[in-house]
Design a protein around this ligand. Structure first.
Ligand code: CP
Length: 323
């Protein structure tokens, strides 16, 4: 059965650990695994702009021995002259992976339904699961573990990053509390799905309008832009989120040694101050680098689990994840 990665919950808790372990291994030895040797082609489609996702997938596919085919906004027939289903039928015969940054989550689900090769969500309006793999990898590097760790997210808690923090954090057994203003809180179905997963992992999820509640004891403090991609026209005035800025006063309310995350790009002076972003608590550059290692691990793992990898790749991955 083909495995896809469309939401943070598409990996079980055990599978998440496998991917993160593999990512650590590939960070230590970047060219050890030729999972796309051939070179096989991986299509990376963008309906929205990108720096980190574009670079990390292109570099990661190359490092796995493959060839990245980057399709920029407006370059393909997809979405205006050709359906998602027909695009999937064409791509799956010629590429080994389909990686897509788009708007609607339903589009990714349709692509996956018609593809025999793995489809990866490179950000949708609903979720940003690849970013969370990098974030969890970074937290493990900084704190040594994920289980039971407290993570606070401040800002627009209705956006895709907040949803992914809830789901991926719960999947990792973390205690996640997201804080945002009334009208910018996560959808009930996201909170319910995260809570259900947390029940199996020992994690916890909470939603609040009180930033102090989220920050109390937080070992990880994360934020994201107040204006998500594709939502510029509907953007709220900055005052809406002013109480949720990640600044020195906010960080003081978190645990000693708390780690600061931001998926980037950031607007210094808006959701995060320069003092915090460029200060000693910040892990944002490791977080950006870890996109590369985490996505390499994900791509290799999906190919193996989908029965689409060469025997030596299967053997290498199975040996690494069973350590
Ligand atoms: N964090 C992130 O996805 O960055 P890009 O939008 O630059 O890809």
């Amino acid at each position: 059965m083909t495995r896809h990665f469309l939401t943070d919950l598409d990996l079980s808790p055990d599978e998440l650990v496998q991917v993160l372990d593999l990512a650590d291994r590939l960070k230590a030895e970047p060219y050890a695994l030729g999972a796309l040797a051939g070179p096989q082609t991986a299509a990376v489609i963008f309906d929205k702009t990108s720096t980190r996702t574009r670079v990390s997938f292109a570099a990661g596919i190359s490092a796995l021995g493959g060839s990245p085919l980057i399709i920029n906004p407006g370059e393909a027939q997809l979405g205006h002259k050709e359906s998602i289903a027909d695009t999937a039928r064409v791509l799956e015969r010629q590429v080994s992976l389909i990686i897509w940054r788009t708007y609607a989550q339903a589009g990714l689900e349709e692509m996956a339904a018609y593809s025999r090769v793995p489809v990866i969500n490179a950000l949708s309006d609903a979720y940003h699961p690849c970013q969370l793999l990098a974030d969890l990898m970074t937290v493990r590097e900084r704190l040594g573990s994920l289980q039971g760790r407290r993570l606070a997210y401040l800002g627009d808690a209705a956006n895709n990053m907040a949803a992914s923090y809830l789901l991926a954090g719960a999947n990792a057994g973390m205690k996640v509390c997201v804080a945002g203003p009334q009208g910018h809180l996560p959808a009930d179905h996201i909170v319910a799905a995260a809570a259900e997963r947390a029940r199996t992992t020992g994690g916890e999820v909470a939603v609040t309008t009180d930033p102090a509640q989220a920050l109390a004891g937080a070992e990880v403090v994360a934020t994201d832009t107040w204006v998500s991609m594709g939502q510029q026209e509907a953007a709220e005035p900055a005052e809406t989120f002013a109480d949720y800025q990640l600044n020195a006063q906010a960080l003081q309310q978190a645990a000693d040694g708390a780690v600061v995350l931001h998926c980037l790009p950031a607007t210094r002076g808006a959701e995060i101050t320069a003092e915090v972003m460029d200060g000693p608590a910040s892990a944002v550059w490791d977080e950006a680098e870890n996109r590369l290692h985490a996505q390499k691990a994900l791509m290799a793992w999906l190919l193996v689990e989908s029965g689409l990898a060469a025997d030596e790749v299967v053997q290498w991955v199975r040996q690494e994840v069973s350590r």
